[in-house]
Design a protein around this ligand. Sequence first.
Ligand code: K7E
Ligand code: CUA
Length: 664
Amino acid sequence: MSRFQRSIFIVAVISSLSILSAACSTGSNGGSSVSSGALDIAIERGLSDSDINAALMTYTPSGQIDEYIMFASGGHGGQVFVIGMPSMRLLKTIGVFTPEPWQGYGYGDESHDALFESGKVGDNELTWGDTHHPALSETAGDYDGQFLFINDKANARVAVIDLRDFETKQTLKNPLAVNDHGGTFVTPDTEWVIEGGQYSAPLAWDYAPLDDFSTEYRGMITFWKFDRSAGRINENASFAIELPPYWQDVCDSGKKVSQGWVFCNSINVEMATGMDPDDPEGSEPFESGVSAGENDYLHIINLEKAVEVAAAGNTVEVNGFPMITLDTAVEEDLLFFTPEPKSPHGVDIAPGGDYIVVSGKLDPHVTVYSFEKIQEAIAAGGIGTDDYGVKLLDFDQVVEAQVEVGLGPLHTQFDDQGYAYTSLFLDSDVARWSLGDPYREDGWKLEGTLDIHYNIGHLVTAEGDTVSPDGKYLVALNKWSLDRFFHPGPLYPQNFQLVDISQPGDQMQLLYDMPVGNGEPHYAQIIKADKLSPYTVYPEVGWDPSTMAVDPDAPQIGTEGVIRDGDNVTVNMTLVRSHFTPERVEVRQGDHVTWNLTNVEMSEDATHGFAIAGYNINLSLEPGETATVEFDATEDGVFTYYCTEFCSALHLEMAGYFLVEPEE
Ligand code: K7E
Ligand code: CUA
């Protein structure tokens, strides 16, 4: 149905409803609720024709499941949000780098706590992260619904989330970099999880004065080897490439014709080092210093060849991690640069892998590079080198097109009609433009723009990073919300705006605003819901989510009890509606307590919580799950434990006493 036909349809529906309403009201003495017909509601609420259209396209009746699932980063909330589309209902917040009490994530369960250990810097414990780019696992360039990866920009970490139970299984700190940004992105079969850096620094968290910036500071890109059967990144098979200290920014993985190549942009080829307080006249702030030159460098990396070089052992060890040096990268022709316009941000590969789209924040164009032309320029040997000896490719030889889209272009996504969509931060618009051959005959031109509220960062289309995007919907991830919502104090929510992109040309319609009040989401990916097949309950009673297998030692009905061995006390507990077994646990102050718990229920949604007062312990035990919490009984007294999920009519009775007898 075209938009016009649809509008006619709506008018017809409303008319018929109002006729029906009038007919029913006659003679019924107004007793029935039919008097509030759809038209009356629309008039009373001041809804326009397009509002009604948007409502019909997004309203999802109770019990109906969304067509798409969006995984959005939670920014400095350190989490991932799971959102149903088109209803834009928040389904879950996955704890990743930040504790999440509802899931009991980071509040006692040993396996969860171990995830935070990986984030330690010396003795500094990190209890948060800044998640930026979620990446769904892919098979042959299409989302396969098995895993999700995400980076922590603040501390250069990557995490693996298993989509069987939507839980974080692994976090890894980058051994070279202090912070990252160009991650996570995956290669078309998820063999490699890409983590590029951001603000260059001496590698391996080392020290060097800023005067030594050009010689001692370095960028990097890390390729984490993903072991799909283990569901984990294999650190031992991973490696990094040393890069010049230009601040590398976002990356993307090649696909189809460009499979085996990786593209990253950079924003500080100027090698600005910021305002010098001792020499304010002779130095420049980053704000202008980083953008002083006309160009930065698109990094073109031959990953396939880099894998061979790393496998051949042509690496050095940095912080115990294999790294291909910049010199080796140059010698082996693994790395090439080509100019990109002023302070670029996004780099996005078209579905066929044939075009690489870069947006310069301070340039009103998107610049489209041809992979084929890049290959020709590489074969021709380039046109000189940068200061570090990296071969430069001539801009004019590798660019396919430049399309003027508007002010402040950042990120680009694609659909199934041969259109590309670029976020315009300064204009607060989404620009739709057409790709050229082989996508559209009349390509490389702006089709239209849509007002966005306000300051759009990333945007995302349904299955937009795959080799076959779905189109249909786009979500604008907006930094400011200004006048869109009730403002709960001076910290305003972010705003996700759902857009209908199913119609051609300049027709795009804003459908829905979703406030996000948990952190600044940077990027998201959207997958067809039917590609996901998460557990309803864990496969067997005694399932350990950290190993994704049954724990033979998990407490079961009949094996419960409290065992003392010197100062070590082991509690084996089961949970079932509506009681803990045992309901009394007595220890002595100073005892070391190992508390094993199993939820022995296998009914869907029959989750129990387990919280001990005063000990900062809170677990979530989903049906079949087993977990262990280990702690020292440092405080004496009578502590209650109880189930934190309202699981049954007698849920309040699901409680027990933990008595800690004082030391003599
Ligand atoms: Cu905020 Cu991709 Cu980290 Cu752009 S990034 S907005
Ligand atoms: Cu179990 Cu409440």
